[in-house]
Design a protein. Structure first.
Length: 431
C-alpha cells in the first residue's frame, strides 16, 4: 500500500475490537505481521531485555498503548502511538486533531538539537579573572574535546560553544558556572554531554587553578525548543448548542486564567504534558527530563506561566501556539532497547529527533485545546467521566459485554464509583 494511503483518519476506530484495529493498521501499512506479537500480551518486552534495562528486575509493568488519530503535522499525516493510563487523553487529542486538520492541521518547528552541560568551578581566587581566561580560551578548550564522540563528530555534531558566568554570592561563596553547548544530533544527549563535561573538567582546572565539582547535563534544554501552531475559525469550534464564537472566547478566557495565576497554570500545563508524556513513554524517551525542563521553562521569567498561548487574530480566528523544551532522541537508551519503542517510531515514520519533537509538541497543543475547550463549555467531567466509568466497571469485576453496559448505567445515574458498580453487577447476576 502506497504512502498516499497512510492517512491518520479512521472512521469508527473506537468501536472496533483490538484485533480489528490491529488488522486495519496492518492493512493500511502502519503495522507488519512481525509487529503483531509485540503488541499482544507480554511479547513487547522479553525478560532478557528487561533484565538489562534496569536493576533488580522482578517483572514487567504494562500500560495501555493506543494511537492518536487524525493528526496532520506540517502537511503530513501522522498516526501517533501514545502510552497512558488516564482516560479521555487520546480521545481528546484525536478529536482536536480532527478539527484542526480541516484548517491545515498543525505547523511545527524544532531548534537544532543543542544540549547544555554544566560545570561548577569552585576554589577560584579571582572569579572575574578566571572568567576572562575562559572567555579568551574558548576555541582551545573546545578543540581539546572535539573528538569526544567520533560518530557524532562525523554527523556534524559535538561540542559547539562555551559560556561562562559568575555567581557572586552563594552559601559556599563565589564560583563559576560553565555551560558547554553540545549538538547531540538524534540522541537525547545525556551520555555524550556528561562525557564531554568530564573530559573538559581537567582542562578548566588547569586554566583557572580551581576545582571543578559538579559536571552534568541540564534538563532545562532551552536551546532545543519545539513549537507548534494551529488556526481554527469559529465555525470549526461550534458543537452541541455552543456557538463557535462562544467556544472561542471561552478558550481565551480559560487561557487568561492560567496566564494570571500559577495554581491554574500548573494544571493547564499538566494537560499539555498529558499528551506529551504519552508519546514520550511510547517512544522510550525520558519523560521526567522533559517535564523538569517544561516546568522550569514555564517559570523562566520569575513567574510560573502557561506553556501555550491562545488568542484571536484580526480575522476572529482562534490561534494557538505551544513552545517548550523537548530533548528527545530516536537513538540510544530505551528508545533503542525496547522493541515497542522502535515500533512506535516506525509507525510515526519520523526521520530525526527534531521530527519526533515536532510530532510531540503538536500532540501537546492538541491535548491542551481539548482540555480547555471542555473546561470552557460542558465542563471537564462529562467526557472524562464517561470514559472513567469503563475503568470503574472493570475494577468492580465486569466482564466482556457487561463493561460497556455497566459504564453506561453508571453515567446515566451519575454515580461513577466502585461500590455502586458492584451493587448493579450483583443485581444483574442474581436475576
Amino acid at each position: 500500500m502506497g504512502e498516499q494511503d497512510k492517512s491518520s483518519r479512521f472512521k469508527g476506530f473506537y468501536n472496533l475490537t483490538i484485533q480489528e484495529r490491529q488488522k486495519l493498521l496492518r492493512e493500511k501499512g502502519f503495522l507488519t505481521a512481525a509487529d503483531l506479537p509485540l503488541l499482544n500480551e507480554v511479547d513487547g518486552l522479553p525478560f532478557q531485555q528487561a533484565e538489562h534495562m534496569i536493576e533488580n528486575v522482578i517483572g514487567r509493568y504494562a500500560l495501555p498503548l493506543g494511537v492518536g488519530l487524525n493528526f496532520l503535522i506540517n502537511g503530513k499525516d501522522v498516526l501517533v502511538p501514545m502510552v497512558i493510563e488516564e482516560p479521555s487523553v487520546i480521545a481528546g487529542a484525536s478529536y482536536m486533531a480532527k478539527i484542526t486538520r480541516q484548517y491545515g492541521g498543525f505547523q511545527a518547528h524544532s531548534d537544532p538539537p543543542v544540549m547544555i552541560g554544566q560545570l561548577q568551578v569552585l576554589d577560584v581566587v579571582d572569579v572575574r579573572g578566571a572568567q576572562e581566561k575562559i572567555e579568551s580560551s574558548k576555541a582551545e578548550l573546545l578543540a581539546e574535546i572535539a573528538d569526544v564522540d567520533l560518530v557524532l563528530q562525523d554527523m556534524g555534531g559535538g561540542p559547539k560553544g562555551l559560556e561562562v558566568r559568575v555567581v557572586e554570592d552563594s552559601p559556599v561563596g563565589p564560583f563559576l558556572i560553565l555551560h558547554l553547548l553540545v549538538d547531540v544530533r538524534d540522541a537525547m544527549g545525556a551520555n555524550v554531554v556528561n562525557t564531554a563535561c568530564e573530559r573538559l573538567a581537567p582542562h578548566i582546572e588547569d586554566l583557572v587553578e580551581g576545582r571543578v565539582h559538579l559536571r552534568i547535563l541540564s534538563n532545562l534544554a532551552d536551546r532545543r525548543l519545539a513549537r507548534a501552531e494551529c488556526l481554527i475559525p469559529p465555525e470549526g469550534l461550534a458543537f452541541q448548542g455552543f456557538r463557535g464564537e462562544e467556544v472561542r472566547d471561552g478558550i481565551i478566557e480559560a487561557w487568561a486564567f492560567a496566564d494570571a495565576d500559577p495554581y491554574r497554570a500548573a494544571t493547564h500545563n499538566k494537560g499539555i504534558l498529558n499528551g506529551v508524556d504519552a508519546v514520550l513513554l511510547a517512544t522510550g524517551n525520558d519523560w521526567r527530563a522533559v517535564e523538569a525542563g517544561a516546568h522550569a521553562y514555564a517559570a523562566q521569567n520569575g513567574r510560573y506561566r502557561p506553556l501555550s498561548t491562545w488568542e484571536v487574530d484580526g480575522n476572529g480566528i482562534l490561534s494557538g501556539r505551544l513552545e517548550m523544551p523537548l530533548a528527545v532522541g530516536t537513538v540510544g537508551g530505551a528508545t533503542r532497547s525496547h522493541p515497542l519503542a522502535q515500533l512506535a517510531l516506525r509507525m510515526m515514520d519520523v526521520s530525526s529527533a527534531g521530527n519526533l519533537a515536532e510530532v510531540i509538541v503538536a500532540v501537546g497543543l492538541a491535548q491542551n485545546l481539548a482540555a480547555i475547550r471542555a473546561l470552557a463549555t460542558e465542563g471537564i467531567q462529562k467526557g472524562h467521566m464517561t470514559l472513567h466509568a469503563r475503568q470503574v466497571a472493570l475494577s468492580a469485576g465486569a466482564e466482556d459485554e457487561e463493561i460497556t453496559r455497566l459504564a453506561r448505567q453508571l453515567v446515566r445515574e451519575g454515580q461513577i464509583n466502585t461500590s455502586r458498580a458492584r451493587e448493579i453487577l450483583s443485581l444483574w447476576r442474581d436475576a
